[in-house]
Design a protein. Structure first.
Length: 307
């Protein structure tokens, strides 16, 4: 029985001997490739940190720099396999605000011992610099809501200060037309003057303002409409037989809507008041139009009175 077992073992080892030898050689080759002491290559991303040059307070980079670069690394396979992104960093130290390009040399890469940097992508970084300037920008205040019925906002809200000083890259500061504030809420307001402390909206990312809160005043008045009255005769109050030149004037009334709707032309009496007891020759006098709750605009505003 022992001899039969030995025969079976010998047959198992020698059967298809050539094929077994080829398989064994391939296994050795694969092992040698995996565990070879020769260097291997690996591509990895690394964070990029850029340090600005000293004395750059009046210049600023306006283009977006990459936050990561791609590294082609060489080293022992075991070292490369153990590498993590936190093990690598690229430190770019700029020396002047006049540089147009910065070349990323392998020397600026911090890598573990035994790992070499063969290439960096991108190999260089474009630098676009701009001067820092300051400029006064007007403040714009918007109005939101509606006053109570029969009332209106007169003019535009007035901010104090009326300007903010903007500081930042030249192209961005010159492109600012105004600095906007939060809207002034007027819902339900009646006649009067109102003040609010309003926040100034945040400027563009690289621009700063010298103030962030302004005092805003808004005036609410009764709603008015305009109505013109053309060629109304001018009456002279005083000496008889006096005449005016011109004899007629145009009147534009600014009144609450209900007052304008009820007015008739014959109710308007433009007149001049001659108070001299012994008038002679001619005199220039202002034309007077009086209508309750209305503001009168007269053209012309004065006439020549002759006797």
């Amino acid at each position: 029985m022992a001899l039969a077992l030995q025969d079976r073992l010998r047959a198992g080892l020698t059967e298809n001997l050539g094929l077994k030898l080829v398989s064994f050689a391939c296994a050795l080759l694969l092992y040698s490739l995996v565990h070879s002491p020769q260097d291997a290559q690996r591509s990895m991303s690394a964070s990029l940190v850029v340090t600005l040059p000293s004395g750059s307070a009046n210049r600023v980079l306006i283009n977006q720099l990459p936050t990561q670069v791609r590294l082609l690394l060489r080293g022992a396979p075991a070292k490369l396999d153990d590498l993590h992104a936190d093990d690598l960093s690229v430190q770019a130290e700029l020396t002047s605000t006049n540089e147009r390009f910065f070349r990323l040399d392998p020397k600026v890469v911090h890598a573990p011992p035994g790992v070499r940097v063969e290439a960096i992508d991108p190999a260089s970084i474009e630098l676009i610099w701009e001067d820092i300037i300051t400029r006064d920008v007007p403040i714009q205040v918007g109005v939101v809501g509606s006053p109570a019925a029969g009332f209106m906002v007169k003019g535009v809200p007035v901010a104090e200060p009326g300007l903010v000083r903007a500081r930042g890259p030249k192209s961005e500061v010159l492109g600012l037309q105004y600095a906007r504030t939060a809207a002034f809420e007027v819902n339900g307001l009646t006649e009067g003057q109102y003040q609010r402390q309003l926040l100034v909206d945040a400027p563009p990312s690289r621009v700063t303002y010298d103030v962030n809160i302004v005092k805003v005043t808004t005036l609410v008045m009764r709603e008015v409409v305009e109505r013109p009255f053309i060629k109304l005769p001018v009456i002279v109050v005083g000496p008889p037989k006096a005449k005016t030149l011109p004899a007629e004037v145009d009147v534009r009334l600014v009144c609450p809507p209900e007052v304008v709707r009820a007015l008739r032309p014959e109710q308007l009496v433009p007149h001049v008041d001659e108070k001299s007891t012994t008038p002679s020759g001619s005199e220039s006098l202002p034309v007077i139009v009086q209508v309750d709750k209305c503001e009168a605009h007269i053209t012309p505003s004065s006439v020549i009175v002759r006797w």
